[in-house]
Design a protein around this ligand. Structure first.
Ligand code: DAH
Length: 439
């Protein structure tokens, strides 16, 4: 998930070095950005491209009979008492997305190479957690929020710069509130005990790296964590339990892993064993007192989680490429309907065509910027971008890279001429905007 991933990247990324700016016009002042009828002033942070902004408002999670919408409804059915929010604007402040949640000022997730900014103050949310504090502030105690989120990233079959997340949160007061959670714990535990599920949970032991909060007694921390775990284990059972093949006696397997998020402690990740592979489906934890104080509800306590819809939908609906979710082709859309989860039947796999591109990089080169240009020029016709070779010239110290660009359409055959034309445009644009030198 975001925090883990960007943290891992932190050692290699060059975000703190000065970088040239994509899409800035040096000679003329740029007009302000227009998104959904609102105007946003540009500044040196503005890096949201027209291609990305064109995705705002598509709301795939609300499209009837779309796999993402079907999955959303399933998950909502698991939380009947919660407020279901589906239409919050993807444009949030940097404060909402990062500061309110306790992200340190130098967190790599904030960098221009990882996130899309409209300007220094406003950005496209990188996760649905961006709304937690405002909702707690508004007095909402139980919510399930589904929305599009935006991240600059590599290009392959499971990464797309826009995807969908669901955020769930449940906060309450001590006394009656906690007593209710404890009662629900008992009911959920019984359900899990009689189900064909194996839950492996080494995080039951508190560790120094994943402590309970000093504001919570051991009993309070246990009730909240148990409620979070029981809620999500029963959700996994609902989503994955019914799907196994007939006669399959193998129990469903779930495991809990220690994690770190700036606004929760303890924090966890959940993985499900599906067709022989462990699939990470969500991050979660007990909301930190800090975040609740910032929400003006210091007396409350509870949990939150965030899950990625595409990742689960790709597995449950056997969708082989994340771009398919954006397809307008009726051969894709007509296959699904609201009341069942059925595997996607590929209508035809059109041939792929790849082109290699080698160049000397300029100072501050970042792969995500390169992918952005490719995405902007080629749109959904690009399936993957892969670094296949790199070296540093021993004398000049210049770095040379070679990328393989895979082109494939989801719904038709591409001609060689068409691909050559796109590739030529990619080359022209990277040379112009990134100052690289093609070899
Ligand atoms: N927002 C996190 C991400 O995108 C996921 C997450 C983790 C959400 C922990 C939460 C949470 O609410 O408590 O990686």
């Amino acid at each position: 998930m975001l925090v883990e991933k960007v943290a891992r990247r932190a050692c290699t990324c060059s975000w703190s070095t000065p970088r040239y700016r994509l899409y800035s016009t040096r000679s003329q002042p740029s007009p302000p950005l227009q998104v959904q009828g609102k105007t946003y002033a540009r500044d040196t942070y503005s890096n949201a491209t027209p291609t990305i902004l064109s995705k705002v408002g598509k709301n795939l999670h609300l499209k009837p009979n779309h796999p993402l919408s079907i999955l959303r409804s399933r998950i909502e059915a698991h939380f009947p008492q919660f407020q279901h929010l589906n239409s919050l604007s993807p444009i949030v402040t940097v404060k909402q997305n990062f500061d309110d949640l306790g992200f340190p000022p130098d967190h790599p997730g904030r960098s221009l190479t990882d996130s899309y900014y409209l300007n220094k103050q406003e950005m496209l949310r990188t996760h649905t957690s961006a709304h937690e504090v405002e909702l707690f502030k508004a007095g909402v105690e139980q919510f399930l929020l589904t929305a599009d989120v935006y991240r600059r990233d590599e290009i392959d079959r499971s990464h797309y710069p826009v995807f969908h997340q669901m955020e769930g949160a449940n906060v309450t007061t001590r006394g009656e509130g906690l007593a209710r959670l404890e009662k629900e714990n008992e009911e959920m535990r019984q359900r899990l005990d009689s189900a064909n599920i194996i839950i492996t949970d080494p995080t039951r032991e508190t560790t120094a790296t994943n402590p309970i909060q000093e504001e919570h007694s051991e009993e309070e921390a246990r009730i909240i964590s148990d409620h979070l775990k029981n809620t999500l284990n029963t959700l996994v059972l609902r989503l994955f339990g019914g799907l196994r093949k007939e006669g399959d006696q193998e129990p469903l397997q779930v495991r809990w892993i220690e994690a770190t998020f700036p606004w929760t402690s303890p924090s966890y990740e959940v993985e499900v064993l599906y067709e022989g592979k462990w699939l990470e489906i969500l991050g979660c934890g007990v909301v930190k007192q800090d975040a609740l104080n910032r929400s003006d509800v210091p007396q409350k306590l509870g949990w939150a989680f965030g899950l990625g819809l595409e990742r689960i939908a790709m597995v449950l609906f056997s969708v082989p490429d994340i771009r398919l979710f954006w397809s307008e082709d009726t051969r894709f859309l007509s296959q699904f309907n609201e009341d069942s989860i059925t595997p996607f039947k590929p209508y035809s796999r059109h041939p792929e065509c790849y082109k290699d591109l080698a160049f000397w990089t300029a100072e501050g080169f970042h792969e995500n910027d390169f992918c952005e240009v490719v995405r902007d020029v080629a749109g959904d016709l690009v399936e993957g971008v892969q670094l296949i070779d790199e070296f540093v010239h021993p004398k000049t110290n210049r770095r040379s890279v070679c990328y393989r660009l895979n082109y494939r359409s989801m719904d038709r055959s591409l001609s060689n001429d068409e691909v050559n034309e796109i590739q030529a445009k990619v080359i022209e644009t990277v040379v112009e905007q990134m100052g690289v030198e093609v070899r």
